[in-house]
Design a protein around this ligand. Structure first.
Ligand code: ADP
Ligand code: MG
Length: 385
């Protein structure tokens, strides 16, 4: 699958109207009947069919005729709708090279209205976890309302809300610019993931800064949960920026301590292995260098208000957490442990081969591609962030 911005540029208003009609139809239909697309698009009689040819040629929609004649969006179709929306909002004018393939995302450089370069993250929930989920029999039959597109949208909303709230509270994160559907627009960080860095000058300073972030997060009632060398960027001056927030949980989560310790251990292990550097244990026992969950996750302020202001609700968190838990094979002794949504030492390269599974995952069984309206449905059980 390739994102070609020229296709976007030359698509007509009517073609977009038909693409949007398919998306709207998917709220209630897995495969949207052709007549319904035509009706929603509201073009002159037969107009939708004519435009559908271009959409099919560019693989923005998929045609089905097994049970009845109809269409559904592809991943690419969903990408184009989101990007087009950001273009229409005057935020971006062009798409650049791909700079990252994450566990569950694609990251592109984009050109802003004033020519500045920014980063666009397209969430692909299910990229690494779909195999595990699929292996559970009858999964999709039992959960027909389940939708990877919907969950990818939730992940984007969560990432945007957290990035914004963290930035406003002085955390070193990219600037959250905007979001739409499964996409988050943010500033481009001038640095590299620490996993690519062979040596640094000041181990102690970098380590303290990084561990200080885990502590400061906990003081704000939060745990990153994927705090590792892939999600910490470092620049030439050895400034640190933290990224990747869709899996964050609250310090009141039932597994909070385990997640907290996993995050801190990850950092210690990385510094030991990569730089052969281990922090000294202070004489008075564990301190900043060796934070303990019980010491840091007390009182403090939480970011509930800021998060709610961005539109991310507790119910959204429950839905995401439920999906992430179901897709987490490691805890269930599944053979696909290597595709866990948490990065325990996997290199980004190891993860690349999952793209085709993602394409299949995020475009099958999809009945919900809400583009902004509140959704009342509940996917998950109770949980907290
Ligand atoms: P995933 O959730 O899929 O792991 P990430 O948000 O961690 O996605 O992004 C994947 C990679 O893309 C990162 O490791 C980093 O190299 C790059 N990246 C992500 N966001 C930015 C950004 N704002 N600026 C620069 N590089 C980024
Ligand atoms: Mg990441």
């Amino acid at each position: 699958m390739k994102l070609d911005v020229n296709v976007l540029r030359y698509m007509t208003k009517e073609e977009f109207r038909v693409l949007t009609a398919v998306e709207m139809g998917q709220k209630n239909h897995e495969i949207v009947p052709s007549e319904l697309v035509d009706r929603i698009a509201g073009l002159k009689r037969g107009g939708a069919f004519k435009n559908m040819r271009t959409l099919l040629r560019h693989k923005l929609v998929h045609h089905e005729s097994k049970q009845y004649d109809g269409y559904r969006l592809t991943n690419l179709g969903y990408d184009y709708l989101a990007i087009k929306t950001l273009v229409n909002r005057g935020l971006i004018q062009g798409l650049g090279r791909q700079i990252g393939v994450g566990k569950e995302s694609d990251i592109f450089e984009v050109v802003g209205e004033n020519g500045e370069t920014m980063a666009l993250k397209l969430h692909r929930l299910g990229r690494t976890s779909f195999r595990a989920v699929k292996s559970k029999r009858d999964y999709l039959q039992h959960r027909q309302n389940y939708s990877w597109l919907y969950l990818s949208r939730l992940a984007a909303l969560k990432e945007y809300a957290f990035m914004k709230a963290l930035g406003e509270n002085g955390f070193p994160v990219p600037r959250a610019v905007d979001w739409n559907r499964h996409c988050v627009l943010m500033s481009l960080v001038p640095g590299y993931p620490m996993v690519q860095v062979k040596e640094i000058n000041d181990h102690s300073r970098a380590y303290s800064t990084i561990m200080g972030l885990v502590v400061k997060l906990a003081e704000h009632g939060l745990i990153h949960c994927d705090f590792n060398e892939f999600n910490l960027l470092i620049d030439d001056e050895e400034n640190i920026t933290m990224i990747d927030f869709p899996q964050m949980v609250s310090t009141s989560h039932k597994n909070a301590q385990m997640y907290f310790e996993r995050d801190t251990n990850c950092i210690r292990k990385f510094f030991g292995k990569r730089f052969n550097w281990v922090p000294e244990e202070p004489p008075e026992g564990p301190g900043v260098e060796w934070p303990r969950f019980a010491d840091v996750a007390v009182g403090g302020r939480n970011l509930d208000t800021e998060l709610a202001a961005s539109g991310f609700t507790k119910e959204n968190q429950e839905q995401l957490e439920q999906a992430q838990a179901e897709a987490e094979p490691a805890e269930e002794g599944d053979d696909d442990a290597a595709t866990s949504s948490h990065a325990d030492g996997l290199s980004e390269g190891d993860r690349d081969g999952e793209a085709s599974a993602s394409e299949e995952a995020s475009s099958s069984g999809s009945d919900e591609t809400d583009s902004g309206a509140e959704d009342e449905r509940k996917v998950g059980e109770k949980g907290r962030y």
